[in-house]
Design a protein around this ligand. Structure first.
Ligand SMILES: O=C(O)CCC(=O)C(=O)O
Ligand SMILES: [Fe+2]
Length: 465
């Protein structure tokens, strides 16, 4: 990516993304950014052009994002994306795809992954979704009145949401949707504003959870914990996955997205692990217009011939990356999607632009999505590594591109995203205990972490620590 995104000349400092939609984040290796990242950037720059066209043109330019973008600007007429309308409802079970589709079936009898590259498999049935993706879905989650009331409140709130912005070729590029970030208390709000660093900047707009968001949080918490237990029982052999806390999941923040119209979207990404820790679980409530939520397994790029299995679901075996096709889940109003522990590190997700949508009686063309998240205390920036020369909290990533070290976590310098700074060489493998708490961040390092902090907004952090 460094070949395509210059980090040297910075003209301004855009508001950061609190968690994602920032194509420079959770994408694998330290030295190489993926096609997905390039696609996400292109998608942000050219939101009306569908992913397949973007990919074709990107390949024709040998992966050069700048050249691709230039071609798109000058040569391609703007046209709406195709092929993303919400398809008719069906259940895989009606297609005799597999001999067994029940969660209680032994893994060897479960259906193999059915998607392949270039094809999108549409899933609606909660059993199919649970079977073929790291997600579970609950339809009609809230009492209807409560869902509508929350929707109305968030539609109102979203009027003051901003687009997430990030830098590209010295320009500031906006995300193709708007977002707001909510935390549980005034203290947490202050911490988010003054202690957390997102892509090199501070967040300026942090809000406290409204009473409705708080009430729904409690319901989401209860449901997600039930789903986790069910998943452990039926898919993970009765044991919690590595790096998950044995304690119940307790969300303490909500990230709210608003997609105003069919073209608003979010590109392929995984959510940032830096403050959530490894294998985070996320409860995602959708309100308003139904949109497609696409998921796709991440496979090592150099794994073209050998068999690849995941450590938590050895049943799902891909013999080559062509099996990493997209799966589209349809998220109707008032549906709760649980992204389980194997989602962020092993899969990517996106909300694709739609050719057409069915207007919702309350929301019109808009969709609201709330992701409830748990910011872990052990991953507060005061507790995580920070490189000595830069003083900026390191970002947590996972290796996904190469088979060698696949799935290994690492901390790396993120100062390259700070205006006026360049990233240093800081890189360190991340170690966690069995419950996913960071280990090996020593006192000496803490002292080191507070040295050399020059950049203005990071100085604030010094004062608050
Ligand atoms: O809108 C959605 O359903 C997903 C949003 C998302 O992926 C995110 O905010 O990280
Ligand atoms: Fe996400």
């Amino acid at each position: 990516m460094d070949a395509f995104v210059t980090r040297k000349k910075r003209k301004c400092s855009p508001p950061p993304s609190p968690q994602v939609a920032q194509p420079l984040d959770t994408d694998g290796d330290a030295h190489e950014e993926s096609t997905d990242v390039k696609l996400a950037i292109l998608s942000s720059l050219h939101p009306t052009i569908d992913q397949e066209t973007l990919l074709d043109i990107l390949l024709a330019h040998d992966g050069n994002v700048e050249a691709t973008s230039q071609t798109l600007k000058t040569r391609l007429p703007k046209k709406p994306s195709t092929g993303n309308t919400v398809a008719a409802q069906s259940s895989l079970r009606s297609f005799a795809v597999s001999s067994a589709s029940s969660d209680s079936a032994p893994p060897s009898k479960r259906a193999k992954v059915l998607s392949r590259k270039g094809a999108t498999l549409h899933l609606y049935d909660p059993v199919d979704i649970s079977e073929h993706t790291p997600c579970t879905i609950i339809h009609n989650f809230l009492p209807a009145e409560e869902a509508n009331s929350l929707l109305k409140e968030l539609l109102e709130e979203s009027k003051s949401f901003d687009k997430i912005t990030f830098k590209l070729f010295d320009n500031v590029v906006s995300s193709p949707h708007t977002s707001g970030f909510y935390v549980g208390s005034y203290k947490e709000l202050q911490e988010q504003k003054h202690e957390y660093v997102y892509n090199g900047s501070r967040m300026t707009d942090v809000r406290t959870l409204t009473p409705q968001l708080e009430r729904v949080k409690a319901r989401v918490q209860e449901a997600v914990n039930q789903e986790i237990q069910e998943r452990i029982r039926t898919r993970y052999g009765g044991e919690k996955l590595k790096y998950q806390s044995p304690k119940p999941w307790t969300p303490n923040a909500a990230f709210v997205n608003c997609y105003n119209g069919p073209q608003e979207n979010v590109g392929w990404h995984s959510d940032q692990l830096t403050y959530l820790g490894p294998r985070p679980i996320i409860g995602s409530l959708s309100l308003g217009v139904t949109r497609e939520f696409r998921v796709r397994r991440i496979l090592p790029q150099d794994d073209t011939t050998t068999t690849h299995t995941t450590n938590n679901d050895p049943n799902i075996t891909n013999t080559n990356p062509d099996l990493a096709g997209q799966i589209a889940l349809h998220l109707p109003h008032n549906s709760l999607l649980v992204m389980h522990a194997d989602m962020q590190e092993e899969w990517k997700h996106s909300v694709s632009p739609a050719q057409a949508i069915d207007p919702h009686p309350v929301a019109g063309n808009r969709r609201i999505n709330i992701t409830y998240r748990h910011y872990r205390a052990g991953f507060h920036p005061r507790n995580t590594p920070r490189c000595r020369p830069c003083g900026v909290p390191a970002v947590l990533r996972v290796v996904t591109k190469k088979r060698e070290n696949w799935g290994r976590y690492f901390w790396m310098c993120h100062a390259g995203n700070v205006p006026g700074k360049e990233a240093c060489e800081f890189f360190r493998w991340a170690e966690f205990d069995g419950d996913g708490e960071p280990v090996g961040v020593g006192e000496g390092e803490l002292e080191g972490r507070l040295e050399g902090v020059e950049q203005e907004n990071v100085n604030q952090e010094k004062e608050t620590q």
